[in-house]
Write a protein that binds this ligand. Structure first.
Ligand code: GH3
Ligand code: MG
Ligand code: MG
Ligand code: MG
Length: 334
């Protein structure tokens, strides 16, 4: 028994922060929600989870559980008692599945004294991933959580691959455009601007032509890191096309965005990029625009504005930043 106890004390589910540039995604924090109305069971299971060093919160009713599960950064693994006041465990399962994946998956384990086979089927049909008979055996609970963590890691890796660019690990085109849509909606709701910076590597074709495509690729990777390194946590960077990137700066007006774009441009061009075959000087040109809550600009409008400002930057000799001006360059909707 002492041996078993020691295993539990040292058992930890490894945690890392969400993936950043250079990581492929995968490892996941497991945050547990325990929904159990029996104080004895709640205390007992809570004691195991605490002993294993797991991040968890416990509630005694389904109504509170449902509100926690809908919150931002909700727990991603739910241990649900079948019979609880408010929303029942099985109904919570259905509601969780009805929410859809929406970024993260919630792994659900039904806990119940019911151990008949037909109940198991009902739980699985309601969307439960696993099932554990009460009173809960700690080894079984531990095994269920380990499987849950594996599924959550897998889900996060798949999601990372679906939303990020394979080469640079920045957001991919679809995801940066989806982010722009979200940020523009938020900007309209809050009456605050969102700035869009379109960056394009200068004379990138020459790098490919002189050093080869592989060296070009490693230049793009390093450049993406540089673009991202100067951003705030809530700014977003994505690969818009081959050697074109989009940066989104929420709650940022045109003047501030211009200053920030210039800082990023300086950072990009400051040091040569060291590739296997040569040290490569690299610069980028940037076009900047910002949404204006007083105008009903669409995503397409903002992209067109940033693109036209980028065109001006290229025309002005490259390695510079230009802002879109509605006065000199009115948007033409086709
Ligand atoms: P400008 O300053 O006018 O932007 O000139 P540029 O040479 O950068 O622009 P251009 O559009 O002529 O060439 C872009 C090149 O980027 C052509 C294309 O082969 C290369 N490219 C696009 N995607 C990739 C990629 O994933 N890897 C590599 N190595 N090259 C790429
Ligand atoms: Mg109960
Ligand atoms: Mg280009
Ligand atoms: Mg280019």
């Amino acid at each position: 028994m002492a041996e078993v106890h020691r295993t539990f004390v040292y058992w930890r589910i490894s945690c890392t922060a969400s993936p950043r540039v250079g990581e492929s995604g995968g490892a996941n924090d497991v945050r547990i929600l325990l929904v159990e109305d029996s104080a004895i069971e709640r205390r007992q299971i809570g004691a195991y989870l605490r002993e294993w060093g797991l991040d968890f919160q416990a509630v005694d009713n389904g109504t509170e559980a449902w509100s926690i599960l809908q919150s931002p950064d909700a727990p991603n693994l739910a241990l649900l008692d079948w019979v609880v006041p408010g929303v029942e465990g099985i109904e919570l399962c259905r509601k969780i599945r009805a929410l859809g994946i929406n970024g993260t998956y919630t792994y659900t384990v039904m806990l119940t004294a019911k151990d008949r086979k037909c109940d198991l089927l009902t739980a699985m049909e309601a969307g439960a991933d696993d099932y554990l008979a009460k009173p809960v055996d700690p080894s079984e609970l531990r095994a269920r959580i380990l499987v849950g963590k594996r599924i959550l890691d897998l889900q996060q890796s798949l999601r990372f691959a679906a939303t990020h660019d394979f080469l640079t690990k920045l957001l991919n085109r679809a995801e940066i455009l989806a982010s722009l849509k979200r940020e523009l909606a938020r900007s309209e709701r809050d009456g605050k601007p969102v700035a869009v910076i379109m960056a394009d590597v200068d004379h990138f074709k020459r790098i490919n032509d002189s050093l080869g495509h592989a060296a070009g690729d490693s230049v793009l990777k390093e450049l993406a890191q540089r673009l991202q390194s100067d951003l705030r946590p809530y700014d977003l960077a994505g690969r818009y096309g081959g050697e074109e990137f989009l940066l989104l700066l929420p709650n940022c007006g045109l003047q501030t965005a211009l200053r920030r774009a210039n800082e990023i441009r300086t950072l990009v061009g400051r040091d040569m990029i060291v590739s296997a075959s040569a040290n490569v000087p690299v610069t980028a040109s940037m076009g900047v625009t910002a949404s204006n809550p007083a105008q009903d600009w669409t995503i397409e409008d903002l992209l067109q504005q940033a693109d036209s400002a980028l065109y001006h930057a290229k025309q002005s000799g490259r390695n510079c930043v230009r802002a879109f001006s509605a006065a000199t360059n009115p948007i033409v909707r086709v």
